[in-house]
Write a protein that binds this ligand. Structure first.
Ligand SMILES: [Zn+2]
Ligand SMILES: [Zn+2]
Length: 267
């Protein structure tokens, strides 16, 4: 079974891809399941993009697509929440209002700023920025833990002005271990986000060292997702991600239906 559990369509503020194009590409690429995980980033501070999600319209569209593609491909209704330490209450009530299959919690903002923009790094050393990103990630999950997996744990390396562009586990092992232990003790997973390949990192997010450490500490829940915002990237680099997972000691990857984990052999 091939399944892409991190996908954005035009319901996300930073994509203009029709949801049916995502589903059609999933079929073409031989996926048995696609799970939409549209962005909802409450209190996103920039005006150039809106990450508020019209969840009612989105749910309606997913239900239409489900009946149109019944028996051909499974279509999941998920969300990627942009967490911030002060948003726990808001997201707890939001998640309870909709019949989600899958919820990703992600760190996109640090102290109200987005490290995606080069201006963020003008007065922030790369290693300090990465450390702060991980501290905030930990704060975020302590404030809100009604998610199924944490998204792209080390994705800050995509934007930090580092050469080479990679995450050195040894530089942040104390913090990363605290994050992984928190996730494992709360029954939470992580994802293999193949957007890292697309960003030129040569590996997924998080990198194999972090995946291996999650496994060593007892973690078993790992979903696979492309983080595609355009149809051409749907299902991208899934074979590479499988190899990485196997190398890191995993025998299964995870899919979610109705917020319940299902385990699929990495054959
Ligand atoms: Zn994200
Ligand atoms: Zn995403």
């Amino acid at each position: 079974m091939k399944a892409d559990f991190h996908l954005h369509s035009s319901f996300s503020g930073d994509s203009d891809t029709a949801p049916e194009q995502i589903v059609e590409t999933g079929l073409l690429k031989g996926l048995s399941a696609v799970c939409f995980t549209e962005h909802f980033d409450a209190d996103y501070p920039y005006d150039n993009v809106c990450f508020v999600l019209d969840t009612e319209a989105y749910l309606e569209r997913v239900l239409e697509l489900r009946s149109a593609y019944e028996g051909r491909i499974e279509i999941g209704f998920g969300v990627e929440l942009g967490l911030q330490p002060h948003l726990g209450e808001l997201y707890r009530s939001y998640v309870g209002q909709y019949p989600f299959d899958f919820v990703i919690g992600s760190t996109h903002l640090m102290d109200g700023k987005d490290p995606y923009y080069a201006s963020f790094w003008e007065d922030c050393a790369p290693k300090d920025g990465i450390r702060r990103f991980l501290e905030i990630t930990l704060e975020n999950m302590k404030a809100f833990d009604d998610f199924d997996v944490y998204g792209h744990l080390d994705y800050i390396v995509r934007y930090a002005p580092l050469e080479p562009k990679r995450f050195f586990y040894g530089d942040y092992g104390d913090l990363m271990d605290e994050i992984l232990r928190f996730l494992i003790s709360h029954g939470k997973g992580i994802e293999v986000n193949t957007g890292g390949y697309k960003a030129g990192l040569g590996c997924p997010n998080p990198c194999p060292e972090v995946l291996r450490r999650y496994r060593e500490l007892g973690g078993e829940i790992v979903t696979m997702g492309s983080d595609a915002h355009a149809a051409e990237y749907v299902g991208g680099f899934m074979d590479e991600a499988r190899d990485v997972l196997r190398d890191c000691g995993f025998r299964y990857f995870t899919v979610f239906r109705g917020r319940k984990a299902g385990f699929v052999a990495l054959d």
